[in-house]
Design a protein around this ligand. Structure first.
Ligand code: FE2
Length: 365
């Protein structure tokens, strides 16, 4: 199917846009992740219906957008879902052509191609729908030299985006309804020519412990990886079900940010109050034998609550934040890869077993 892949080239994730209740405060919060607010639109720039901030770290751009008007689609989105991801935007060489191909293959249109222009050049943008109310904008920006997008004003002195060492987006995970995972895997195959990524997961084990089923679709080169989760019967209420209960529709569950020094990144974030999920001490007794590659740094990992996993190709370190808004929906992951192509599936089992060992010690299992 190389023909299909060639006809939907993707250069990367352009940005991830959140609709939020208060964009100004959301942008400030992400400074604690090492992000720098770089561009702004709002009343001061002539935008009458929305305030929007683009924050950047490495190649990662997050956009936080809030409504200035109670009837707008943004306000409706926030009312229904709480703060959450509206747009996982993709950079493509030719947005008009990508849009045409997507629609021809059956994608639902959200916005026809439109040229946006200012004195720094022009950007072409179109959009198609994906799961829930989430969309994929298709963006071509080869003729644009501005800080972000026409209509946004650069925030002075914001050029240094080195932050806490985040480099790019490793993957974005979607939670979909029970029984719909394969439908969305097929959607990405049909519309974008994505293939299912084999990552050696043991489905039975991850189902028993984490109550989810997951498949990963990708572009074949690694610029875009989209794991798709659906809830499954497990030992406990599925975390995917909880998400769907509060988000009210399918949506983006977590965004994984890659770093080449996860210990340093996490230490900086912890200093500024970012909270991560707790890992029982007993996890670290087991991890040395499961992932022997990290034996010499277990202390630093344990001190920071960082997890480790391995697959045939190497190992990875990862950590998950607690959810980042009032509703238990969206969270972030930090990931440092050393060859491993997986997503940390081994940690589902290891984490639950560690928790159960602690329970057993308390006589509660
Ligand atoms: Fe992940």
């Amino acid at each position: 199917m190389s023909n299909t892949e060639d006809s939907f080239p993707i250069l990367g994730i352009d940005y991830v846009q959140f609709f939020v209740g208060n964009a100004k405060q959301a942008a400030h919060y992400y400074k604690s992740f090492g992000f720098t607010p770089r561009a702004f639109m709002g009343l001061e720039t002539g935008s009458r219906d929305r305030a929007s901030y683009m924050v950047q770290q490495g190649d990662v751009r997050l956009v936080f957008t809030g409504a200035l008007d109670g009837d707008s689609a943004i306000a409706e989105h926030v009312k229904l879902h709480g703060d959450g991801v509206h747009d996982i935007a993709l950079t493509v060489p030719d947005a008009e052509e990508s849009y045409r191909v997507a629609i021809e293959r059956g994608a639902r249109s959200v916005a026809e191609p439109e040229v946006f222009e200012d004195e720094k050049g022009k950007v072409v943008k179109a959009a198609i729908a994906t799961y829930g109310e989430t969309i994929h904008s298709l963006i071509s920006r080869s003729d644009y030299s501005g800080v972000f997008f026409p209509g946004f004003q650069a925030i002075e002195g914001s050029e240094d985006t080195s932050g806490f060492g985040i480099l790019n987006i490793d993957h974005v995970v979607g939670n979909v309804e029970l029984g719909k995972m394969n439908e969305w895997v097929d959607f990405y195959a049909k519309i974008m020519g994505f293939t299912e990524m084999r990552h050696f997961t043991d489905d039975d084990i991850s189902t028993e412990y984490s109550a989810l089923m997951s498949k990963v679709v990708w572009d074949g080169v690694g610029k875009v990886k989209f794991p798709i989760n659906e809830p499954a019967e497990g030992k406990r209420k599925s975390q995917i079900e909880e998400y769907l209960d509060y988000y009210k529709t399918p949506g983006a569950q977590h965004i994984a940010l890659s770093t080449d020094d996860i210990v340093a990144s996490v230490e900086e974030m912890r200093k500024l109050g970012i909270q991560f999920i707790n890992v029982p001490g007993s996890y670290y007794e087991e991890v040395k034998s499961r992932v022997p590659q990290i034996a010499d740094k277990v202390d630093a990992l344990q001190r920071n609550g960082i997890l480790a996993d391995k697959d045939e190709d190497g190992f990875l370190l990862q950590i998950f934040t607690k959810t980042v808004q009032d509703r238990p929906t969206v969270f972030f992951e930090l990931i440092e890869r050393h060859g491993a192509k997986g997503f940390g599936d081994g940690n589902f089992k290891a984490l639950f077993e560690a928790i159960e060992r602690d329970q057993a010690e308390r006589g509660n299992l």
